[in-house]
Design a protein around this ligand. Structure first.
Ligand code: PEP
Ligand code: MN
Length: 352
């Protein structure tokens, strides 16, 4: 619910109100509003006595949030969430708000040499986070299933050697202890509605990259995010990775409109995975640039030194050389977009 307080509430009254909410063990956000002080209280409606809140002396109005997702809802939290990923000895990597982040790496970690070699290249080409799957959830049981625990070790060696934070997918709650040194936990499309897993991740403070289910609506995706947020973990990054449609020319259909829609509905950062969305290396650059133009807070791209020999998703993996070009173009486009968004007339006068 959104609670609007009466004008001219004193600091003391406000403080007392906040303590009562805390005593009731309610999750709430203070909404900074120039005209009225508002507070959003996030909880299942069954957990809240709205009449009791309404009856409080300083409360002017209590409005229910109609959408099924609450904590992810921009109405509850008007400012953009910026997720920070700590980096030893340097500034954190930020995703969300005005911060854009490039994530890159192979679909799967294949060997120690492979992941370290590619990480070193990607670091010099603009990647800020290294990706690499180790617990692979493949559509076929006969496909490469990932290196598992050994792969986590290789990924962490690449992190130690390059300083790049790492993201990898969790397949099951039982693997959680292995993710202690992993910087961002990825929940893949097949697990977006694994509610028990989402609840466990809600108990952590570690950033979670929540991919959209291949057949999920935006409402369902944001409700999945609520499972993590309502547990107390506010560090959720959403990732549009294409959805299942009648179209077969591409592996999935990139729902590019999901970017502005999610930014409208939610305060959470939203990035795009053009690799899984299209399924073909040759379409990755154009869809990356389209995502930047649409306002995505980042990209996650599959890169392999020798895509033809990749153990998974070679067809959609680009080479480090192609990534270098894509990364440069994305940076140029992003600068143009920031300029255009901030000052259209100035941008036009400056030659854009
Ligand atoms: C991946 O990023 O490696 C992956 C399997 O993606 P998705 O869950 O989107 O299919
Ligand atoms: Mn893949």
């Amino acid at each position: 619910v959104i609670v609007t307080l009466k004008p001219h509430v004193t600091e003391k009254q406000y403080g007392d109100f906040m303590s009562r909410l805390r005593d009731m063990k309610l999750r709430f956000y203070e909404i900074d509003d120039l005209h009225s002080r508002s507070v959003s209280i996030v909880c299942g409606i069954s957990g809240l006595d709205t009449d009791m809140i309404r009856a409080m002396e300083i409360v002017e109005d209590v409005k229910r949030i109609d959408e099924p997702y609450k904590a992810a809802n921009r109405k509850c939290h008007p400012a953009d969430t910026v997720v920070e990923i700590p980096v030893a000895g340097s500034d954190p990597v930020k995703i969300g708000g005005g911060h854009f982040c490039m994530i890159a790496g192979p679909c799967s970690v294949e060997s120690e040499g492979q992941i370290i070699g590619i990480a070193e290249k990607l670091k010099t080409l603009g990647a800020r986070i290294l990706r690499g799957g180790v617990f692979k959830l493949r559509s076929s049981p006969y496909s490469f299933q990932g290196l598992g625990t050994e792969g986590i070790g290789f990924l962490l060696k690449a992190k130690a050697q390059t300083g790049l934070p790492v993201v990898t997918e969790i397949a099951d709650i039982s693997q959680l202890p292995e993710f202690e040194k992993i910087d961002v936990i990825q929940v893949g499309t097949r697990n977006m509605q694994n509610f028990l897993l989402l609840k466990e991740l809600g108990k952590l403070q570690k950033p979670v990259l929540l991919k959209r289910g291949a057949s999920s609506t935006i409402d369902e995706w944001l409700m999945a995010a609520d499972y993590i947020l309502s547990g107390g973990n506010g560090n959720v990054i959403l990732c549009e990775r294409g959805i299942r449609t009648f179209e077969t020319a591409t592996r999935n259909t990139l729902d590019i409109a999901a970017v502005p829609v999610v930014k409208d509905f939610s305060h959470l950062p939203v990035i795009v995975d053009p690799s899984h969305a299209t399924g073909y290396a040759k379409y990755v650059e154009s869809m990356s640039l389209a995502s930047v133009a649409a306002g995505a807070h980042g990209l996650i791209i599959e890169v392999h030194d020798n895509p033809e020999a990749a153990l998974s998703d070679g067809q959609q993996s680009i080479t480090p050389g192609e990534f270098a070009v894509l990364s440069k173009k994305a940076e140029i486009l992003r600068k143009a977009k920031v300029l255009a968004d901030s000052d259209v007339t100035g941008g036009i006068q400056n030659g854009f």
